[in-house]
Design a protein around this ligand. Structure first.
Ligand code: AMP
Length: 622
């Protein structure tokens, strides 16, 4: 039997341990948890705490809790715990020891050897301190592996020839980007850049300030000097931030967060992904400078990069991939959980050293994309067969994601939801996998928000739920075997059937229009579009050119202008029903939107529109 060697990602915020089990590398779990906080503490009774329990007591007993010890590795710094002082390797050893014990429980055998990962920028002293930590924990460190190289290993060997891989790693408290060169067995870090004081914790802080300020402004209580309340709020915003990676908005509810005049005060707020992304955008844009510098240091251009790998929990924020894609034109890979990917890579090397043949890590991913069709713009023309996936292929399973759609017409009563499998923006070129309708929406003007949630589990069971946001009215469908491949003949037959079915609907004209929905970021006022398109065509005709498909930027701008006008109209209709404060705020926002409409700055317009949309949501809720 080959000897057991484990792979360990000893992270600043979290750590994981991987091993070769049942023919594949797996990140081991204890009580269902694969991720262990890299936090060490002493309980009130003097017991040593490592992991989640230590992290949980940090806010209340910071003097008895140590986190982010990785930052001190290789220094002479000492930390105090109880009545003793410890060196950084000694504290790291407590984390390693806990991981080792957990692995032994899962594997049922003693673990004596490990591969441990370190950041590419770690100095010799920091690497030696990591080896020392291993030794103190009773582990022989057979290899110290650079984290970006580990990520490249985890993503496997289906690569041919030489590849330049950009590894973008954004964790809880550190950010780094590396360029890794891979050719066969050779891997080399060409350049590395970053900021070891930037990460998801900063995003939590920004969101905390935002939520707290809004709480105070809306008549809440300032709880800044109340550590217990602040720690609850910090936990709540971190959870909210994570949900926003999969949902377009979320609610933060903290009962009895404070007292006023002897009465409990509750915090209850909705935060949208857009609000959150606006808060963190400047920080993420800063990380792109590091990408640029790493490329320059390695003497590479963006077009030399063959793939981008995302590492670190904070890269789950969709804006991260969106910005990277914008900058490089490459879609970052996401088949592996970003917070487990380095541990997987360490596990791959560990398995190889102990003689196992590992080509690539196998995890369950969705082989297909899934989403509903909606009414929107296809090549600049309105179409009821627009399609954009909610679950994108190669996403690790299980997965849940939600998107918001808007009703197209006033008093729209329902939505016939058609679910497709595929990636083509024209829904009918994909495979219809299910259909259901939800009826009984509120009689309200167009723009009613309908949520479509998709849950896909490891058994390929896809559950699709459509919910009217304002009332919670919802309906769902369950589709079995969604991830099973259909035969080519079955696909062709299904497509033909669909063409026939939808061909009729298209001919039939507007009757079906009642059922259509628009995505939030596309046009929802078709009349306006017609008008605008008419204008554009007239202008182009005057200029003597043939009208063609509008350029993307033009189209986006026109969509945005049209949305802004619809929003203003909706808001004006509601002015009478608002209280004085809300009305004043709304009028101020109308002015900002009108001003922004006269400037070519889409961001300014977007920000003002988001604020007004939020206000209207609250007004309508009241
Ligand atoms: P790591 O250091 O790689 O374990 O990353 C930890 C950071 O990732 C923390 O700031 C987490 O709050 C953040 N994180 C974890 N899951 C998510 C998620 N779903 N969306 C956004 N951030 C996340």
């Amino acid at each position: 039997m080959a000897e057991v060697i484990v792979g360990i990602d000893l992270g600043t915020t979290n750590s994981e341990i991987a091993a070769f089990v049942d023919g594949n590398v797996q990140v081991l779990a204890t009580a269902g948890e694969q991720i262990m906080p890299s936090v060490v503490g002493l309980a009130a009774d003097g017991a040593l705490l490592v992991g989640t329990s230590a992290r949980n007591q940090y806010a209340l007993y910071p003097e008895r809790t140590i986190k982010s010890i990785k930052r001190e590795m290789g220094t002479d710094h000492k930390v105090t715990l109880g009545d003793r002082t410890y060196s950084p390797p000694e504290i790291s050893a407590m984390i390693l020891r806990t991981l080792k014990t957990r692995a032994e429980a899962v594997l049922g055998t003693e673990v004596r050897k490990a591969v441990i990962t370190v950041p590419a920028y770690f100095s010799d002293a920091q690497r030696q301190a990591t080896r020392d930590a291993g030794q103190i924990a009773g582990l022989e460190v057979v290899r110290i592996l650079n984290e970006p190289t580990a990520a490249a290993l985890a993503y496997g060997e289906d690569r041919h020839g030489a590849r330049t891989i950009l590894v973008y790693d954004l964790g809880g408290g550190t950010f780094d980007v590396s360029l890794v060169y891979v050719e066969g067995e050779i891997t080399e870090v060409l350049a590395s850049h970053g900021n070891n004081r930037l990460g998801g914790d900063d995003f939590d802080q920004l969101l905390l300030d935002f939520v707290h300020d809004r709480f105070v402004r809306s008549g809440g209580v300032d709880v800044r000097t109340n550590p217990r309340a602040m720690s609850r709020l910090l936990r709540a915003v971190e959870e909210a931030k994570k949900r926003l990676s999969f949902e377009p908005f979320t609610r933060i509810r903290e009962e009895h967060i404070a007292d006023r005049d002897g009465l409990p005060v509750h915090l209850d707020q909705e935060v949208t992904r857009t609000e959150y992304e606006n808060l963190i955008r400047p920080l993420l844009e800063g990380t792109l400078d590091s990408v640029h510098r790493a490329l320059t240091d390695a003497g590479k251009r963006p077009e030399d990069v063959n793939e981008i790998l995302l590492v670190g929990g904070a890269t789950r924020t969709p804006l991260v991939s969106a910005l990277l894609e914008e900058k490089t034109g490459l879609t970052p890979r996401q088949e592996l959980h970003p917070d487990l990917c380095v541990a997987f890579g360490a596990g791959v090397l560990a398995a190889r050293v102990s003689g196992h043949d590992i080509e690539r890590v196998l995890v369950d991913i969705s082989p297909y994309s899934f989403g509903p069709s909606y009414f929107g713009l296809l090549n600049g023309m309105p179409s009821e067969h627009c399609y954009r996936p909610i679950i994108v292929r190669n996403t690790p399973l299980p997965i849940s994601r939600t998107e918001t759609y808007l009703t197209m017409v006033d008093n729209q009563q329902g939505w016939q939801v058609s679910i497709y499998q595929g990636d083509d923006p024209y829904a009918l070129n994909n495979i219809l996998v299910g259909r259901f309708s939800v009826e009984g929406f509120s009689k309200v003007p167009a723009g009613n928000e309908i949520l479509c949630r998709m849950d896909l589990d490891l058994d390929g069971i896809l559950r699709v739920t459509a919910t009217e946001k304002r009332t919670g009215l919802s309906k769902h469908i369950t589709i079995e075997g969604a991830t099973t491949a259909m035969s080519e003949a079955a696909v062709a037959a299904a497509q033909q059937q669909m063409q026939a079915l939808f061909g009729q609907d298209v001919e039939a004209g507007t009757e079906e229009g009642e059922w259509n929905l628009d995505t939030e970021d596309e046009l929802d006022e078709l009349d306006e579009l017609d008008e605008l398109e008419g204008e554009a065509e007239a202008a182009e005709a005057q200029a003597g050119s043939t009208p063609g498909e509008p350029k993307d930027a033009d189209r986006d701008r026109r969509v945005q202008i049209s949305e802004a006008r619809a929003l203003l109209e909706r808001s004006r209709r509601l002015l009478d029903s608002m209280n004085n404060d809300d009305r004043e705020e709304a009028i101020g926002l109308h002015e900002r939107i009108e001003n922004a409409l006269n400037t070519p700055d889409p961001k300014r317009l977007h920000t003002a529109m988001t604020e007004l949309a939020d206000l209207l949501f609250y007004v309508e809720e009241k």
